[in-house]
Every structure is written in C-alpha cells, then in structure tokens.
Design a protein around this ligand. Structure first.
Ligand code: IPM
Ligand code: MG
Length: 373
C-alpha cells in the first residue's frame, strides 16, 4: 500500500560483528513497519565490514563496499571488532574498516546526542537529579586529528628503544566546517555552544579556540563558551545539564561521548549520525551507527539492547530523509516502551525482568502501531 510517489531510499546495511548483527536485525524489523505502513520505501543492500569482512575478504573493508556506501542515500552501521581479530596488524583490524569508511565517505561531522529518557533517569550511575531531563549534543570532528594525521607509526630509535608516534593537527578549514555544524545545530536547540580543546597545552587547541572564536561573529544569536577537555570531562559528571552543544576534536570527542553516554544509563541507548558536506545537488553522505561496540561478551545471545540502533534509524529518518514526523513518532514509541517498564538487561532496574533484543524491537513496533492509529 506504499504510495507510488514515496521516494525509494537506498540504504546500505553494514551489520558488522558481534551484537551488530542482532541489533541490525531488530532495526530492520522496525524499518519494515514503516514500509508496511506506506510511510517509506527502503531498498536495503547488505554488506560486510570489520571482522566479518576480514574473514571473507582478508580486509575489514573492500573497495566494492566503499563504492556501495558512496552510492547509497545512507549507510546504517552496526558495530565492529572482537577478540578474534585483536592480534591482527593495525591495517587489517576491524576498526580500520570503520575509520576508512568514514574517510572515504567524507563524513566529518559526528553528532552524538546524550539524552536521558525520564523512565531511565534512575538507571544512570549518577544521581537522578543530576541527569534527569539531560539533553546535550556532542559534535565530534571525525576526520582529522591524531586519528588520521601523518606522520604516524612505530620506529626503533638508535638506542634500540621503540617509539610509537601520532600527529595532532587542526587547520582552519577543518575547524570552521565542524564549528558551523555546531553553531547551526545550536540554533535549533538552546543556542549555546561550548568549544572544547586543550589550548593551554596544545598548539592545535589554540588554533581551534581562535578559529571558533572568529566564527562566532557569524552567529551573534548563539552563545559561545570555551572549556579545556579535562575540565569538560569533570563538568560532564558534576553538572551535565549546563551543556547544550559541545563541539570538539576527534579524540576528545571520542572520550567525552563515552563519558556522556553514562549519564544516560547505558551505552546501549546512544545513537549517532556522521554527516558530510551537502553537495550542490543536495546530496549529503551520511552514516548512522550506535556508539556502542560489538560487545563480544554478550554477542549471539539475543540480549543486546537494540535501542541505540533503532534511535540511529530515527536520526536517519530525520537528517537524511526529511522525515521528521516519523522520527518523532519513533522516538515517542521508544519513550513509551521504556515508560511501560520494558527493559533489556543493560537498563533493567531491580525487580524488572529483562527482555531480549527482538522482544524490545517488537515492543517498539507494537507501540508504533498504537501511536499511528
Ligand atoms: C567510536 C569508536 C571508534 C572510534 C573505534 C571503533 C574506531 O570508539 O566510534 O567512538 O574511536 O572512533
Ligand atoms: Mg568511541
């Protein structure tokens, strides 16, 4: 019953390793609901990434998969890695597959919201009053800094010692493009940006701070503050609600987003979007993924929390397909399911019997059905 004028969305689904498989399967069911309701038409292609790709192709990401990703309207990504592949050389590790995918797609802006659903405020290890109502957005630069810069490597010094080295640099254009994303997002939120670096120690941080400060002139309606990364880590635990949008570099963003995730109770709740620049034709590369890992300890047991992945789908609807109302609907369904006490093990409180991955997805789908009626 899909309306013939509903555009077909080409999606590359890369489930990856460990629980990536299970949460992807659960999320695909949610996608089928939108499809069956005539709300969307998804053309999903599956591909391999990470250890799953290494096992078949001897590399964590093939050129063919890169090509598919570049051709897709959006990529939905599960998780990668596991003990099985930890002994491999760096270039063959599952993580390299993800890093290369980000680079090839040019997705420089990583949006990592940390939102506390009311029903879960008690699930955080932090006091309920500290996290209740929390809604922050970490904007992480995703293609620069120590993650990608050259030179990098391991060398042997004349005295026989080994030395590992990486390079941290940030140049004007990299800072401005991520800064713009943060200021624009803040405009749609509480209009506050906190820029985070270590300009007290690092030249790259100093240039970061100065360029962001200059950029602020283009956004007179947005309030800008600066914070050192170590202080930001402390403030995120002490009083996270002081923040609205945090903009920071690749490495600090990696650390701070894991930290912020624990304000929400579980890493299993957090979605992310990685976006490229909008082309003249309106196309924008986009990669959606939960921020949790492949959780090898619980992989294959059917108990992983699929909500981070389901919420990543909601970000895809919102940012790639202009389906804001459907994204709202999906987020409301998740909220209601949590309020009704449905919990996977990672977010269950004493007295609550945990449900499995599929049962959680089914509960969300049932709630979608009720809400859409
Ligand atoms: C993340 C992950 C990745 C990163 C790893 C898996 C390469 O920790 O997305 O936060 O460090 O960026
Ligand atoms: Mg990380």
């Amino acid at each position: 019953m899909t309306a013939s004028n509903t555009p077909v969305r080409n999606i590359l689904a890369l489930a990856g390793d460990g629980i990536g498989q299970e949460v992807m399967a659960a999320t695909r069911k949610v996608m089928e609901w939108f499809q069956a309701q005539g709300r969307a038409r998804f053309n999903v292609t599956e591909g391999l990434v990470g250890g799953a790709s290494y096992d078949v192709h001897g590399t964590p990401l093939t050129d063919a998969t890169v090509k598919q990703a570049l051709a897709a309207d959006a990529v939905l990504f599960g998780a990668i890695g596991g003990p099985k592949w930890e002994q491999l050389a760096y270039d063959l590790r599952p993580e390299r597959g993800l890093l290369r995918l980000r680079k090839e797609m040019g997705v420089f802006a990583n949006l990592r919201p940390a939102m506390v659903f009311d029903a879960l405020a008690g699930a955080s290890t932090l006091k309920t009053e500290v996290v209740k109502g929390l809604d922050i957005m970490i904007v992480r630069e995703l293609l620069g800094g120590v993650y990608f810069n050259e030179p990098r490597g391991v060398e042997t010094l004349p005295n026989g010692e080994r030395r590992g080295y990486n390079t941290q640099t940030y140049s004007t254009h990299e800072i401005l493009r991520i800064g713009r994303v943060a200021f624009e997002l803040a405009r749609k939120r509480s209009k506050r940006v906190c820029s985070v670096e270590k300009s007290n120690v690092m030249e790259s941080g100093l240039v970061w701070r100065e360029e962001i400060t200059k950029l602020k002139a283009e956004y007179p309606d947005v309030e800008l503050s600066h914070m050192y990364a170590d202080n930001c880590a402390m403030q995120l635990v002490r009083n996270p609600k002081q923040f609205d949008v945090i903009v920071t570099d690749n490495l600090f963003g990696d650390l701070l987003s894991d930290l912020a995730s624990m304000c929400t109770g579980s890493l299993g709740m957090l979605q992310s979007a990685s976006l490229g620049a909008k082309g003249a034709d309106g196309r924008q590369a986009a990669l959606y993924e939960p921020i949790h890992g492949s959780a090898p300890d619980i992989a294959g047991k059917g108990i992983a929390n699929p909500l981070a992945m389901i919420l990543s789908l909601s970000m895809m609807l919102r940012y790639s397909f202009d389906m804001g109302a459907d994204a709202d609907l999906l987020e409301r369904a998740v909220q209601n399911v949590l309020s009704a006490g449905v919990r996977t093990g990672d977010i269950a409180e004493p007295g609550q019997t945990p449900v499995g991955t599929q049962a959680m997805a089914d509960a969300v789908i049932a709630e979608l059905g009720k809400l859409a009626r």
